[in-house]
Design a binder for this molecule. Structure first.
Ligand code: FES
Length: 86
């Protein structure tokens, strides 16, 4: 089992390695919280709210959101922004 926290780009890399090695992983995600109690949707990632459903997510959950995990997030105005510079 791998446990990770820190920059999301780094956690995504660790997740990808864990998937290749067939190792289970838990990652503690960070998002900008507005309400912190599951009402505003500001911390959304896929079907999950980081403030309510996390912040720790399993490999199974991260697989569901791998189009967002380590790729996009939301800024303070809730606008979707890229986590990658390319
Ligand atoms: S911070 Fe509002 S729903 Fe998570």
């Amino acid at each position: 089992m791998i446990y990770t926290c820190g920059p999301e780009l780094m956690m995504r890399e660790i997740f990808d390695i864990a998937e290749k090695q067939r190792l289970r992983l838990q990652a503690s995600l960070e998002r900008i919280f507005k309400c912190g109690i599951g009402l505003c949707g500001h911390c959304v990632i896929g079907p999950y709210l980081v403030c309510k459903d996390g912040p720790v997510f399993t490999s199974d959950q991260l697989r569901e959101v791998k189009d967002e995990f380590g790729i996009i997030t939301r800024d303070h105005s809730c606008k979707i922004v890229s986590l990658r510079e390319d």
